[in-house]
Design a protein around this ligand. Structure first.
Ligand code: ATP
Ligand code: MG
Ligand code: MG
Length: 550
């Protein structure tokens, strides 16, 4: 693989290595298993795993599983699959924050013993009132000055399961007047009588994100704990906990900006809402910005990694144009996908001078620029199908397709001329009677000109298929801009158009889910998991060109 472009995180790491602060880089990717991974996570995955690869270090996959009610094994399995699919492998076993629950508990006890944590009985609402605001300091809880012994006994009681949820919590004792609100005695343990997907009913108290994260990093020997900018204000707390606990090593937190894409949402909570309310068919609906949705849509791991390289890693927030993501997959598929012909909305043609029952097979290259992809065979006969939009009764100016009385080349076959148009009672064109010119196989017509080249299939030999055309899931660039409405108000009603009459060239009979093609002139397509030999199903991954560009 090529050397990745550098970024500010890499510059920090290079300096750390040079000054021998570490002899090896250890990073981690820490998803919470409360949903499927999305394209934003891909940025974090490429950064964390890519950094480990670049500096011959290690990257752990750690499930940040401290909210059992929202998490599930289904999410864990999907995350593991998606990280691997993107092309990355973690060091050793998959890890779970829950593996460290005993150690984290012991460290909470240690804080109590040092007089640095206390059990509080304020309700969540009272705690909010006591916390103060950005401009006003908070107030100490009346329970703040309990003795160490009392706190130890109460924390033990929290753990024993005797106390109801919300009755008390363990808080770090830092400073209720700190300018940084995260330091105003943050909650580090709360009671949850919930079954946990990894630890079952072993625990009824769970550590907060802030208490669990840095300590888990320290346990794993993480050197550079890379997270997104919303955690910048948590860094003083991260450092306070590391300083005040007997941790085996000192990780440091660095932040970068989240990826945001226009015309979509990248928040698990909102994506889950789209799934739960059935606005999409599931987490892997090809319109979703999830890794599994992109995979089903026909994206490749290489294109997603390439996109992440292109957008880079910085500390400035900005919205990335989804056209960049589309450009990355277009480039990959242009270079690597075999060509085929598929007529999406067929119009019948009978070639009146071609003998009924005769058939010819033409050999065409699978790729115009890459011989290694070999060739394909297409069948020609008296009855063929072309795209409805490739015919106009009266040719507009500069028309490059078929029109009454005019000639056009069928890709890889003959030049045909439209002699007669057959219409139904409603006046719609239902069939064209054409003639073909036998002298134009691999040769230019003599004495006249063909308008252009169009794709086609043999009506009898072609394979019936369903084609799903996707557009952006939202019809506006920022579905969250208007705070008086919800993002659901901007769902694009045309984000999925299903064509049921499409016909593909016969060579596609044996395709498998995930196979990718350029359907000439129509875009890049991949075989959907719904596809069956008797009825193929193709997803359009992306159009040939950016049709949204103004
Ligand atoms: P969401 O808000 O979508 O639930 P999250 O940050 O809560 O995202 P996590 O499962 O905690 O989701 O994320 C795992 C890692 O991926 C974290 O380090 C997080 O910072 C990173 N990450 C999540 N979303 C993005 C994004 N849009 N861009 C870059 N990194 C992200
Ligand atoms: Mg998170
Ligand atoms: Mg989240």
């Amino acid at each position: 693989e090529t050397v990745k472009p550098t970024n500010f995180i890499h510059q920090i790491i290079e300096q750390d290595l040079q000054e021998q602060r570490h002899d090896r880089v250890v990073t981690r990717f820490p998803p919470e298993p409360n949903g499927y991974l999305h394209i934003g996570h891909a940025k974090s995955i490429c950064l964390n795993f890519g950094t480990a690869v670049k500096y011959a270090g290690e990257c752990n996959l750690r499930f940040d599983d401290t909210n059992p009610e929202k998490e599930s094994q289904e999410y864990i399995d999907s995350i593991i699959e998606d990280v691997r699919w993107l092309g990355f492998e973690w060091a050793g076993e998959v890890r779970y924050t829950s593996d460290y629950f005993q150690q984290l508990y012991d460290w909470a006890v240690h804080l109590i013993q040092q007089g640095l944590a206390y059990v509080d009985h304020l309700s969540a609402e009272e705690m909010r009132q006591y916390r103060g605001t950005l401009t006003e300091p908070g107030k100490n809880s009346p329970y703040r000055e309990r003795s160490v012994e009392e706190n130890l006994a109460l924390f033990e009681q929290m753990k024993s399961g005797d106390l109801p949820e919300g009755s008390c919590s363990l808080r770090a004792k830092i400073d209720m007047a700190a300018a940084n609100i995260n330091l105003r005695d943050p909650v580090i343990y709360r009671i949850r009588h919930a079954h946990h997907h990894q630890t079952g009913n072993d625990w009824c108290i769970y550590p907060s994100y802030d208490f669990a994260h840095g300590q888990s990093d320290a346990i794993e020997g993480v050197t550079h704990s890379i997270c997104t900018l919303e955690f910048e204000d948590h860094r003083p707390l991260y450092e306070w906990l590391i300083q005040n606990l007997p941790v085996p090593c000192v990780p440091k937190q660095y932040e970068f900006s989240r990826l945001e894409l226009n015309y979509t949402v990248t928040s698990k909570r909102k994506l889950k809402q789209l799934v739960d309310e059935q606005h999409v068919s599931g987490w892997n609906d090809p319109r979703m910005p999830t890794i599994s949705g992109l995979r089903r849509r026909g994206y490749t791991p290489a294109a997603i990694r390439q996109f992440c390289d292109m957008i880079g890693v910085t500390r400035s927030n900005g919205v990335v144009d989804v056209a960049m993501l589309e450009a990355a997959i277009r480039e990959d598929l242009d270079a690597n996908s075999p060509r085929a012909m598929c007529v999406l909305r067929p119009l019948k043609i009978t070639l009146t001078n071609y003998v009924e029952g005769e058939e010819e097979w033409f050999e065409l290259p699978a790729h115009p620029k890459d011989d290694s992809l070999g060739s394909r065979r297409v069948s020609f006969g008296r009855h063929i199908l072309i795209e409805q939009e490739d015919f106009e009764e009266v040719a507009p100016k500069k028309w490059k397709r078929l029109a009454t009385g005019e000639a056009v080349r069928l890709r890889g076959a003959y030049v045909i001329r439209c002699e007669e148009v057959i219409k139904n009672a409603e006046g719609e064109v239902v069939e064209l009677l054409c003639t073909y010119d036998p002298a134009t196989k691999g040769a230019n017509p003599e004495g006249y000109k063909a308008n252009g080249v169009i794709h086609w299939v043999n009506a009898e030999r072609s394979l019936p298929c369903e084609v799903r055309l996707y557009d952006r899931l939202f019809s506006v660039a920022d579905p969250e801009a208007d705070k008086t409405r919800t993002f659901l108000d901007y769902l694009n009603p045309e984000s999925l158009v299903t064509l049921t009459e499409a016909r593909a060239e016969p060579g596609l009979a044996a395709v498998a889910a995930g196979d990718k093609f350029q359907f000439e002139r129509m875009g890049y397509f991949c075989v959907d998991s719904d596809s069956r030999p008797e009825r193929l199903v193709f997803n359009r991954t992306v159009t040939l060109r950016d049709s949204w560009a103004k």
